[in-house]
Design a protein around this ligand. Structure first.
Ligand SMILES: NC(=O)c1ccc[n+]([C@@H]2O[C@H](COP(=O)([O-])OP(=O)(O)OC[C@H]3O[C@@H](n4cnc5c(N)ncnc54)[C@H](OP(=O)(O)O)[C@@H]3O)[C@@H](O)[C@H]2O)c1
Length: 262
């Protein structure tokens, strides 16, 4: 109980798996969550690194799922919350199933915010805590053929800075990790394997997680992982939205992987 304690969501795969691995290596005990049973084998990996681990299979798109996660913390002080669970959804908005659309919003925005509110209140009362939100550089550009997802990440990127300002001088820091395209299950799950971005070169999730963890420990406001992504986001900040939307079409349009090879 003397060890620091972290909650990491989406810890079964990709960036979250690497974030939780770093937490375990840095001496944290863990409460980890994901929606599918793979979280149990991930938990074994964290235990192998010396962490005391509780692992939960919960749908964090639901209020009940987030309540179950918070209850599993059992009143233990949370030193770090790494709210990372999220997923995308490719293809044209009008062709998407609305239940899928809603699941993206409910996971990336509603569930994330609810968890941040529960944990953030406890951290504020204690006058101590670190929150890391996984946003994305996708939040800087209209996401043609990934429209809802990019909207959710624009929300997270913006929300993170606002909450950080509200918590100034409380002892609680809020940091937004903004990755670019990263080599995870993300593109397969979003049904984007036939897109240019889905088949393009991507960052290593372990590197991305390290950049995010270090930024959280320093209490930085945000961090864009990788110099190419830093450049891309700087350019996006001064590019008209209509041009960004067209650029995104070229990356994310179904079949764009084939077109880019022709
Ligand atoms: N990969 C990229 O290019 C990229 C770029 C920028 C930002 N991001 C962000 O990075 C974060 C992690 O994604 P990733 O790339 O590491 O993808 P990933 O490999 O697919 O991992 C996503 C993780 O989130 C969990 N998750 C998703 N929806 C959930 C739900 N409703 N309830 C509980 N757990 C849920 C998944 O667990 P289950 O499999 O059990 O659902 C998994 O553990 C996301 O927020 C994503 O938006 C990714």
């Amino acid at each position: 109980m003397n060890k620091p304690f972290a909650i990491v969501t989406g810890a079964s795969a990709g960036i979250g798996l690497e974030l939780a691995t770093i937490c375990a290596q840095e001496g944290y005990d863990l409460l980890v969550a994901a929606d599918r049973p793979e979280i149990q084998s991930a938990a074994d990996r964290f235990r192998g690194l010396g962490a005391d681990v509780r692992a939960l299979e919960v749908d964090l798109a639901t209020i009940e799922g987030v309540d179950r996660l918070w209850a599993a913390a059992a009143g233990r002080h949370v030193d770090a919350l790494l709210a990372n669970a999220g997923h995308g959804l490719g293809r044209a908005f009008l062709d998407q199933d609305f239940a899928d659309v809603r699941h993206v919003i409910d996971t990336n925005v509603t569930g994330t915010l609810y968890l941040v509110q529960l944990v953030g209140r406890a951290m504020r009362s204690r006058g101590q805590g670190r929150i890391l939100l996984t946003g994305s550089i996708a939040g800087f550009m209209p996401g043609t053929y990934q429209a809802v997802y990019n909207g959710t990440k624009a929300f997270v990127d913006s929300f993170s800075f606002a909450l950080r300002a509200e918590l100034k001088d409380t002892g609680v820091t809020v940091t937004c990790l903004m990755p670019g395209a990263t080599e995870t299950d993300f593109f397969e799950r979003a049904d984007m394997l036939d897109t240019k971005v889905g088949q393009g070169k991507k960052d290593d999730p372990a590197d991305v997680a390290r950049v995010g963890f270090d930024a959280m420990m320093r209490g930085d406001g945000d961090v864009v992982s990788g110099w190419q992504n830093k450049l891309q986001s700087a350019i996006a900040n001064v590019t008209p939205a209509a041009i960004l939307a067209e650029q995104h079409r070229r990356m994310a349009e179904p079949g764009s992987a084939k077109k880019s090879r022709e």
